[in-house]
Design a protein. Structure first.
Length: 183
């Protein structure tokens, strides 16, 4: 873990000196310097004191870089295609277990000719257009603002049944870090 670097980055961002942290926590400047350079590992109680002095939750100091807030600006979205119909997929964000995407379905386009299954759970929100969704024996039509969800291990299919392009916001949760084709 890189706790020391987290402490230093927060301290500098907030324009707090090592001396100010030491004054508030009772720690020596040498010890805090060793903590910030990851040369020593402080106890949980010491970390809690440092977190209070920095005015951040203790848990924030313990987060790995990939666990912190991820930002994807609109113009920086990764764009891929999926399925036999090459549906346009804009990747909005991704954590270890959750992916969010905007998927464009041209009129008549679907996630495939036959229902398919994969690991995870999905939540869909129809942003624009008219969608037909099928999972096992269940099926329904959805319009703008409607949502549906399912466990993706049961074969499923999503199709644009309208005359205009449909856009669906899809969030996929998987137990493992899965980067494959989830549509």
């Amino acid at each position: 873990m890189d706790i020391g670097s987290n402490i230093r980055a927060i301290r500098k961002r907030k324009n707090i000196t090592i001396a100010q942290i030491c004054e508030e926590t009772g720690l020596s400047q040498g010890f805090l310097s060793q903590v910030e350079t990851n040369k020593t590992s402080p106890s949980i109680a010491t970390l809690e004191n440092i977190a209070q002095a920095l005015k951040v939750p203790l848990a924030y100091l313990l987060l790995k870089k990939e666990e912190r807030m991820g930002i994807v600006r609109k113009e920086e979205r990764k764009i891929t295609t999926s399925g036999v119909e090459n549906l346009k997929v804009e990747h909005l964000s991704s954590t270890k277990n959750v992916r969010m995407m905007l998927v464009e379905f041209p009129p008549g386009a679907s996630t495939g000719e036959v229902p398919h299954a994969h690991e995870g759970e999905e939540v869909h929100v129809v942003i624009k257009g008219k969608i037909y969704a099928e999972q096992g024996e269940d099926h329904a039509e959805f319009g703008e603002g409607d949502s549906f969800s399912w466990n993706a291990c049961t074969p499923h299919l999503v199709k644009n049944i309208g005359d205009e392009q449909a856009i669906v916001l899809i969030s996929v949760y998987t137990e493992t870090d899965h980067q494959g084709d989830l549509l």
